[in-house]
Design a protein around this ligand. Structure first.
Ligand code: 5AD
Ligand code: SF4
Length: 460
């Protein structure tokens, strides 16, 4: 079920005079890969309805901002940007500004009513209604649709690839989340978990391969709980990976994100069995302390997590492991923090995304715990975590020196015209002297040096 709500009786403070560029849409995206993937769905829906996509904000008649609520500073950045976009109305009085994504429902009243920054608000499940919403706004009324759906997956929409290198693309395979990690706003912003039709995912992969793409990343908040019923058969995530890998051996497959409680041996064996299923697993741990994991409602212990890591290493030798870590969650003691550092050392992560805890409204933690770690302690703990990961990443890259990897070329290196960059199966970036094989092709590269962020090598 889906409803559209109009702010009846609320006229915008100006009539939107149509201007020449009124069908030019500029989309700015914040947040996770899922959000970037959603912007490609939005671009596709609007293109089908006669709008054109522009990369130049100054030539746009409509600006859409696809937003993230995961941490307070993400929301702050968007708010500042909206004030800038509002200032552009001085030169283009007909300019329409819309807010999409995770901030939509949470901030609609403040940003639209109080700060007068917006003409349109659409939540993550409302993008099919954007053409109608824009039409309404064009007649001078504001429009809001933030109702979450239980079944919307946009399965039938072929995304328009934005900012694409023509080599790698994202495919959204499920939406929403029902894990209710206590710190996390996603269940409230993106709603119920639902999987997308497996056949449509395989079709999209094949279509991308035919267009020259050589790498897809399957996206979901918790891809391990993917489940699609067809006839009397249930397709699990491991089944789906097998099907997608079968599209073509030259198409590399990655996925994100996995929840440690759900990553099965069956899935690991599937990854080990196919060369084109990348040997890289992103397994967010959040904390190394059982005390914190309990308060975070993560549903596994440090020991469970370590067991999964050992199994990954046994079933998929040479697999890289990356993670997410939160510093300074509610009630975190110095001992809890040291547990995180010791787990990082034990696992020896190849890479990590590290964050300071930021309390979010409408989460279990906001309702039941106290955000009681002083800012300077959070800062110091985060710094220690980042410093340690820097050493671990360097060690992880240095151990590759002398090895030869199959690298998928992605493009020219930013630093030098004469160099290409690409990734190995483990998701490590390698830079090497240009060869005849260009973007979208595979080359064998022998690693001759390493920094904490990059491998340096020569084509062999
Ligand atoms: N504060 C800080 N970091 C958070 N994350 C999720 N919610 C919060 C929060 N409230 C982090 C987690 C998650 C990643 C996407 O963002 O580490 O895995
Ligand atoms: Fe941000 Fe989470 Fe929404 Fe992605 S799902 S945009 S990380 S709040």
């Amino acid at each position: 079920m889906h409803f559209i709500l109009w702010l009846n009786g609320h006229q915008t403070r100006r009539q939107n005079t149509p201007v020449e560029n009124s069908k030019n849409i500029y989309i700015e995206t914040y947040g996770c890969q899922m959000n970037f993937s959603d912007s490609e769905i939005v671009a596709s829906i609007l293109k089908e309805n006669g709008y054109t996509y522009t990369e130049d904000v100054l030539s746009a008649g409509i600006i859409l901002v696809n937003t993230c609520s995961i941490r307070e500073n993400a929301e702050e950045r968007v708010r500042k940007r909206l004030h800038y976009f509002k200032s552009l109305r001085k030169r283009n009085p007909g300019l329409l500004i819309g807010l999409l994504g995770c901030m939509a429902d949470r901030t609609k009243t403040a940003l639209m009513e109080e700060e007068q920054l917006l003409d349109l608000v659409a939540g993550p499940d409302s993008y099919r209604h954007l053409p109608q919403l824009l039409e309404q706004v064009g007649t001078g009324r504001r429009a809001i649709d933030t109702i979450l759906s239980v079944d919307e997956t946009y399965a039938d929409i072929t995304p328009v690839r934005l900012d694409s290198n023509g080599v790698s693309a994202f495919i959204s395979i499920m939406r929403g989340c029902e894990n209710y990690c206590s710190y996390c706003v996603v269940p409230s912003t993106r709603g119920r978990e639902r999987s997308r039709d497996a056949a449509s995912i395989v079709r999209e992969t094949r279509d991308l391969f035919e267009k020259g793409y050589r790498e897809v990343t399957l996206l979901g908040q918790n891809v391990n709980s993917y489940s699609w019923k067809t006839g009397d058969r249930i397709i699990t995530f491991a089944d789906l990976l097998g099907q997608v890998a079968g599209v073509n051996p030259l198409m590399r497959i990655r996925f994100a994100t996995s929840h440690p409680k759900d990553i099965s041996d069956d899935l690991l064996r599937t990854i080990a069995a196919s060369h084109n299923l990348c040997k890289a697993i992103h397994l967010p741990v959040q904390s190394g302390s059982n005390h914190m994991l309990g308060l975070m409602n993560r549903k596994y212990t440090r020991e469970d997590y370590q067991e999964r890591i050992e199994t990954i290493r046994k079933i998929i030798p040479g697999c890289s492991v990356s993670t997410d870590i939160i510093a300074g969650f509610c009630d975190e003691t110095e001992e809890d923090h040291l547990d995180t550092l010791s787990l990082m050392n034990q696992v020896g992560y190849d890479a990590a995304f590290m964050f300071k805890y930021s309390e979010r409204p409408q989460t279990l933690a906001a309702d039941t715990l106290t955000d009681n770690i002083p800012e300077e302690i959070k800062d110091r703990r985060l710094r220690e975590i980042i410093d340690l990961q820097q050493q671990l990443s360097l060690a992880s890259n240095q151990k590759e020196v002398g090895k030869t990897f199959e690298i998928l070329v992605e493009g020219k290196s930013k630093r030098s015209e004469n160099q290409y960059f690409g990734r190995n199966s483990q998701n490590k970036v390698a830079v090497f002297t240009k060869t005849q094989s260009g973007p979208g092709e595979y080359v064998m590269v022998k690693i001759t040096g390493a920094t904490s962020a990059t491998l340096l090598g020569e084509v062999v």
